[in-house]
Design a protein. Sequence first.
Length: 309
Amino acid sequence: MKKILTTPRSYGRDMPELFAQLEAAGYAVVKNTTGGILDKEQMKALIADCVGVIVGVDPLDAEVLSCAPKLRAISKYGVGVDNIDLDVCKARGIRVSRAMGANCEAVADYAVALMLAVARRVPAIDRKCRQLDWGKITTRDVSHATLGLFGLGAIGKFVARRAKGFDMKVMAYDPYWPEEFARENGIERADAETIFRNADFISLHLPLMPETEGFVGERELSMMKKDAILINTARGGLVDERALLKALQENRIYGAGLDAFAHEPPEDNAWFTLDNVVLGSHCAASTTGATRNMGRIATDNLLRDLKGE
């Protein structure tokens, strides 16, 4: 029987019918039972005999793909494909699909939650209260602040809509400018430097590509206001993490909310000592509704592509 590998930890957790759907189509399912993200060696071992894979953030680079001679289709459980070598897939005729739109609102909710948590120092206040320290901590406002968005695609648009509920001024940068949406929602088009210099909150919603790697570095951080907050619910590689860590340690910006790191968990333990950063385990899309949507779409996409439709 032909095999399909499923790597995301949440795939099918509350929807066993997804596994039944794959099996009913004539496939044996190989599951990730490690409880974590698979590394290269684990991926190479599990994918060797598979014709299809439903993948999260586990590596599917050229080295891993070379160990999967039967592979015909890859279904991304999400939208970011920076962990997949698309050039190899194209050369081999391996179809690659994405679960478009499945988790946009969940990620937008989390981005706003990080803005609030960092600005109002929610985790730090909670920790002090658990130590019976009822001292007041003065924090910064969110309402009427300026939000700068890098990326005004599906997720960026939902963040912009939510920001309006806080009467925020929204400016954005996107090379593919959605003119009608921006006009209808009062979003100002701005270049990168204008956003870095003027925004109170900066939220990243860009894909990770060679041209966006290290998008926020020492130069960009030096432009930001001393009370500015950086939010990243996209990909860790967008940020020069060493430069950001130093800026946070030196209190050169107010804080950061990070749901993505280049290496997860981050390798530098200094991240865990800071009170001006809120850390996430790449969980912005991990809601019941979003995981169900991603599961359904990823399964349908894979079966469609394996049939060659």
